[in-house]
Each structure stands twice: as structure tokens, then as C-alpha cells.
Write a protein that binds this ligand. Sequence first.
Ligand code: SAH
Length: 191
Amino acid sequence: MDIYTIVFFLAMLAEIVIRAPLNQKRKAEKMSERRVTGQEKWFLFLLWIGMFILPIIYAATDWLDFARYQLPAWAGWTGGALIAGAVIVFWRAHADLGLNWSPTLEIREKHELITRGIYGVIRHPMYASQWLWSAAQALLLQNWIAGLASLAVFIPFYFLRVKAEEQLMLEQFGDQYRSYMEKVGAVFPKL
Ligand code: SAH
């Protein structure tokens, strides 16, 4: 295993450690609204394949060796910097969103609109983190299949998810969310 692959799996381990306690705690939460379509389930499944399964196959077998590409060293280290950024943003987003986090589109009975911390800088830090991750994966796992899998799934998923999520947030929080959208950018901070 090369150093870039090791960096990728260390970042994956860090994200599992960040998410696991919250995933456990939220099981006790009562939800007042849940919107999961078949399309959404498919995307989450494909994202899991792209982010976890294909990288594991790439690292543990030689099945994907026919699809290798090679980038200069600076590209690999740029990937390392991007994935470190992804983990930091992921960590802050979990710390600030707390029990309001959900892997799907859900509103809990005690849902609170979070606009503080990293949510005061951008509205979708977890998705911003996923953009960084997907770009980093292409630079770290230098393989047309394992490297590009996250990007290929996340690009369409992002646009569908954000549209549906903001619709839900607007229905739930109305003008409070509308004025939040005016002040705070989606994945890039507003100047
Ligand atoms: N889009 C956000 C959150 C992803 S988790 C991000 O990228 O960080 C998805 C869940 O978060 C959805 O069920 C939605 O109800 C909830 N959510 C999204 N933005 C929120 C906010 N500002 N405050 C509270 N909950 C939020």
C-alpha cells in the first residue's frame, strides 16, 4: 500500500470515529418528519460503494490494477491536504449540528435550526467536506475506478439533495431559514 492510500484510510478512520457516537445517540430521537425516496436510497448506497467499498477493493486486491493512473507527487500531497481539510470540516459540522444531524432528510421533534459555529460560515459544511473528500480521493487513489467513484456519485447527489433539503428546511423554519440563506453561502462563504 502506498503512502497516499494509507492517508486515505486514516482519514476514513477519523470520519468513522467522529460519526459513530452521534449515530448511536440519535437512535433515541423521535422524528416528526422523514423524507426518503427510492432515488435517495440508491444514491446513499452508491455513495457508500464509491467512498468505502471500491477503495477497499483497490487497496486489498489487484482487481482494479488495469485502471491505474499516475500523478506527480505534488498532486498526491494536495490530495492529503484536501482530505485533512475534509476531516476538519466534517468534525466541526458534527460538533455544531449535534443531534439535528441525520444521514437522510429528517426533522426531529426537538429540531433546532443551527446557524452558529461552522453553520455561520456555510450552510452545508458536511457536503462541502464531501466535495473536498471526493476531489482528494481522485488525487490519492490514482485509479480511474476507485479514485473517481465518489465524485461520479456525489456530483448529481449534491444537487438533488440540497434542493430537497432546503425545501424541507424552508417548510419547517420559513422566514428564519430564508434569511439564513440570504446571509450564509451554501458551500462557499459569502464575502
Ligand atoms: N446540509 C447540512 C446537514 C447535512 S445532514 C450540511 O451539509 O452540513 C442532513 C440533515 O440536517 C437534514 O435532515 C436536515 O434536516 C438537517 N439540517 C440541515 N441544515 C440544518 C441546520 N442549519 N440546522 C439544523 N438542521 C439542519
